[in-house]
Design a protein around this ligand. Structure first.
Ligand SMILES: *Cc1c(COP(=O)(O)O)cnc(C)c1O
Length: 223
């Protein structure tokens, strides 16, 4: 078995164990393997190990990596988890299956229009800037209700909320906050938790965890 299959199996076990500890069903938690910047052979090892759900943060990089693999695997689910410029919306809608980064009216309108045009109505998350950080993507919590109603008016299928906590904060507080916001607005899905804190995210109610280095090892250019 490859190292990556081993990592995946260990993660499935950890997810199941943590879910059980918190009285949750493991089936309700999906592992999004974040393949950004990872070498091809590691991705092919994960695919050979049977994993089918992946996350990417750049549209162009994702196209280069996944367009050909799409042809081979018809059961892939690709999540866009990085900032989306409006001029990349067309390509993003064509390639991805889930858009996790809806965070402003202009983007929401463009996505809705493009999904109509391509007749690909993808499930979306709204990204919330729970730490109110200046440079970070995500809608401010105070602006979430307005953005959510705009998305619903536009016909976007918003299934949940996503966040990336500030690096220096205890992540659990942000996960609990995101869960509260989702409950307040009747949203069922929560994308939160990465390699270092996915257990806390599961405890707080995550339905999708985004794990990169924990699946594939360190990204080569960040060693
Ligand atoms: C890179 C990335 C991850 C994965 O981070 P790891 O620490 O490698 O698990 C998760 N979410 C987002 C939005 C990312 O950009």
């Amino acid at each position: 078995m490859s190292q990556i299959s081993e990592n995946l199996n260990k993660l499935y076990e950890e997810i199941a164990k943590t879910a059980e500890e918190w009285g949750r069903a493991a089936d309700d938690i999906s592992l999004v393997a974040v393949s950004k910047k990872q070498p091809d052979e590691r991705i092919d090892a994960a695919l050979a190990g049977g994993h089918r759900v992946y996350g990417e943060n750049r549209v162009q990089e994702a196209q280069e990596r996944w367009e050909k693999r799409r042809a081979e695997y018809d059961d892939l689910t690709l999540h866009l988890i990085g900032p989306l410029q409006t001029n990349k919306v067309k390509d993003a809608v064509a390639l991805f299956d889930v858009i996790e980064v809806v965070d402003r009216p202009k983007l929401a309108r463009k996505l809705a229009k493009e999904m109509d045009r391509q007749d690909r109505h993808l499930p979306c998350f709204i990204q919330v800037n729970t730490g109110k950080e200046d440079q970070k993507s995500g809608v401010l919590p105070a602006d979430l209700p307005g953005l959510l109603s705009l998305c619903r008016d536009e016909g976007l299928d918003i299934i949940g909320l996503m966040c990336i906590p500030p690096v220096d904060d205890p992540p659990g507080l942000h996960f609990a906050y995101l869960k509260q916001l989702a409950d307040d607005h009747g949203l069922k899905q929560l994308s939160m938790g990465m390699s270092g804190d996915y257990d806390k995210a599961i405890a707080a109610g995550a339905t999708a965890i985004r794990v990169g280095t924990g699946v594939f090892g360190p990204r080569p250019d960040s060693a």
